[in-house]
Ligand binder design. Structure first.
Ligand code: AMP
Length: 214
């Protein structure tokens, strides 16, 4: 399966990406994670991306497209991929469509996760993750057994630099202006599937599998 995950920040893309990529045995490619990796390693790309990420703004299209083009040229995407957080603008979506056509690949699904702003805000501000195993928690909805500590490996949980009340509003506004138009874009392409992401994780996951297992 070749799919992309659509949805506002905090709609559950990262959470569902893990289950979906395991179920279909395809690599989970998160542009946000790739940028954070570059920021952590202080690469020139990371330094440039950080100036936008810290403000909750989008990194310019050319940089993101180049990053994805490079990632999709690796052999592990031969049997499919799940893109999380890309595309986020119409030019990115058009670039991805062209990349796929050029490589004789077809995009099968745009999985749209829907959630209202009030929920998204709490999900983002309360989000914590394990730097070691990547497990995502939420201090309001899904706290770890021991405060601030990962249930799986006992590591100290961390909060993303851009997961705060100041940037959440900007990120949501950017989503509405730049990314929401992709819903119509993929509807027209005939591959959009929307899911109610206010439901419990397992329920949404089951609905996704039911839709694509056939
Ligand atoms: P995410 O982890 O997907 O929420 O991404 C974190 C940040 O990385 C975003 O707020 C953007 O600054 C940047 N970013 C990730 N993916 C993209 C993209 N497709 N286009 C532009 N910026 C992106």
């Amino acid at each position: 399966m070749r799919a992309i995950l659509l949805g506002a920040p905090g709609a559950g893309k990262g959470t569902h990406a893990v289950g979906i990529s395991n179920h279909y045995d395809i690599p989970h490619i998160s542009t946000g994670d790739l940028f954070r990796e570059n920021v952590g390693n202080n690469t020139p790309l990371g330094q440039e991306a950080k100036t936008y990420m810290d403000k909750g703004e989008l990194v310019p299209d050319e940089l993101v497209i180049r990053l994805v083009e490079d990632r999709l040229s690796r052999p592990d995407v031969e049997n499919g991929f799940l893109l999380d957080g890309f595309p986020r603008t119409i030019p990115q979506a058009e670039a991805l469509w062209e990349m796929c056509e050029k490589n004789d690949m077809q995009l099968d699904a745009a999985i749209d996760l829907e959630a209202p702003y009030e929920l998204i805000e709490k999900r983002i501000v309360g989000r914590r993750s394990c730097p070691e195993c990547g497990k995502i928690y939420n201090i309001y909805f899904q706290p770890p057994k021991e405060e601030g500590i990962c249930d799986v490996d006992g590591c100290k949980l961390v909060q993303r630099a851009d997961d705060n009340e100041e940037t959440v509003k900007t990120r949501f506004q950017v989503y509405q202006e730049e990314t929401e138009p992709l819903i119509d874009y993929y509807k027209e392409k005939g591959i959009l599937r929307s899911f109610d992401s206010t439901k419990p994780i397992e329920e949404v996951q089951e609905e996704v599998f039911e839709a694509f297992d056939k």
